[in-house]
Design a protein around this ligand. Structure first.
Ligand SMILES: NC(=O)c1ccc[n+]([C@@H]2O[C@H](COP(=O)([O-])OP(=O)(O)OC[C@H]3O[C@@H](n4cnc5c(N)ncnc54)[C@H](O)[C@@H]3O)[C@@H](O)[C@H]2O)c1
Length: 373
């Protein structure tokens, strides 16, 4: 398998966590004979400093010419006084737009070893493994007209969807469900909104193409409650842009830490892979950043751009194993228990990366030994 990956590590902890993610990709490639090539390009604050633009043309060109883009994070305090269009974040928004992905995939997984980190009780989160598919390019965030008339005191936004926009994102959700537990929960507010009625009709239309996948519809308010009460009942959750934005953040509490969350944006010219967290300037350079979100993002890249499901699963198992052994970056350590207390071993960004690397080697060695028998 050959894959051209553009790496845009960005600012703050971006380069620190991306380094560990790339080292895991290198390990997978080496162990299984894949040929992955990496092109490092600047984005965000580092690109402003070097080239005067948060998304230099060369970065955009390299991204568009690759098979996948792996991003760290952008943003830094020194740029906070600039107008939004000149800030590091503008580079990421421009990149997302140029790559054109319309489906944002965000897993929400309860890792048994981190059960104590979620504000939800372990018996509630146990077994939860949800994949959110959020429509990303339409809906309330992009609909027009939009306005705020300060004289009249009236503001207006438009929730807008075409049938085609819903069909294409629904197909992504059903395709994913087919590879998982074969259930799609489509979220809407069809009891109130015409846009949701169109959404529901279009999703139902797509469901007919996937008779092996069960479709259920939930109103967004009910879904918000069920996600917290019975998260393990969900498999793939399909939502329009605004509802998806809110529900994915709500469901992040199932995992318990921002540093653990990966994401992928697919469906456009080139898929974009990025951990959910930002550049965390408060801990940049301290070795405290959790690289597992970035490493799990690399696993998504293996799954969704390379079609290497077994390798993606191996990376995810390696992460699980390292957590089960008690290794923790500070964000996922139980508070008040520094050092080696309570079976936890606090490690740095780099050490965590090395532990996952070693666990991955172990998994592949075991597989090879099994094949040899
Ligand atoms: N996709 C992106 O690049 C992205 C996303 C969100 C925010 N940002 C930018 O990042 C900067 C900081 O934003 P913020 O503080 O609101 O959000 P943030 O995600 O950077 O940090 C929020 C909190 O979570 C912690 N945290 C985040 N990731 C972590 C990790 N991997 N390991 C351990 N702890 C982690 C941070 O230390 C901080 O306390 C801003 O400039 C913002 O615009 C970028």
């Amino acid at each position: 398998m050959q894959l051209k990956i553009t790496v845009v590590a960005g600012d703050g902890i971006g380069p620190e966590v991306t380094r560990e993610a790339v080292s895991i990709l290198r390990a997978v490639a080496e162990l299984n004979g894949h040929q992955f090539t990496y092109t490092d390009m600047p984005i965000g604050g580092v690109a402003i400093r070097q080239h005067g633009s948060p998304l230099p043309a060369a970065t955009l060109d390299a991204s568009l010419a690759s098979d996948a883009v792996l991003l760290g994070a952008v943003g830094g305090n020194e740029f906070n006084s600039l107008p939004p269009s000149q800030r590091p974040e503008a580079g990421l928004l421009q990149l997302r737009q140029a790559l054109g992905g319309f489906a944002n995939l965000r897993p929400s997984i309860a890792y048994p070893a981190l059960a104590g980190n979620s504000p939800l009780r372990p018996e509630v989160t146990e077994g939860a493994n949800i994949l959110f598919v959020r429509e990303l390019l339409s809906g309330l965030y992009f609909g027009s007209p939009r306005s705020w008339n300060k004289d009249t005191g009236v503001a207006l936004n438009t929730m807008y969807y075409t049938r085609e926009e819903v069909l294409r994102v629904a197909r992504v959700a059903f395709e994913q469900a087919r590879k998982r537990r074969k259930k799609v929960t489509s979220v809407d507010k069809a009891n109130v909104l015409e846009v949701s009625q169109l959404w529901r009709a279009a999703v139902t239309e797509v469901a007919a193409e996937y008779p092996d996948v069960t479709l259920e519809h939930q109103y967004v308010d009910a879904c918000a409650m069920h996600l917290m009460n019975t998260p393990r009942n969900f498999d793939v959750v399909l939502a329009e842009n605004l509802f998806g934005d809110i529900l994915t953040d709500e469901a992040a509490v199932i995992t318990g830490s921002l540093g653990m969350l990966p994401s992928a944006t697919v469906g456009g010219k080139v898929n974009l892979y990025e951990p959910v967290h930002g550049s965390a300037p408060d801990i940049a350079g301290t070795g405290k950043a959790n690289p597992l979100g970035a490493i799990l993002t690399a696993a998504m890249l293996l799954r969704h751009s390379a079609g290497l499901e077994q390798d993606a699963l191996a990376v995810e198992s390696a992460v699980n194993n390292v957590l089960s052994q008690g290794h923790r970056t500070t964000d996922i350590a139980r508070s008040g228990q520094p050092g080696q207390q309570s079976g936890q071993h606090i490690v740095s960004t780099q050490e965590m990366g090395k532990l996952v690397f070693a666990a991955l080697h172990e998994i592949f060695n075991r597989k090879q030994a099994l094949h040899a028998v």
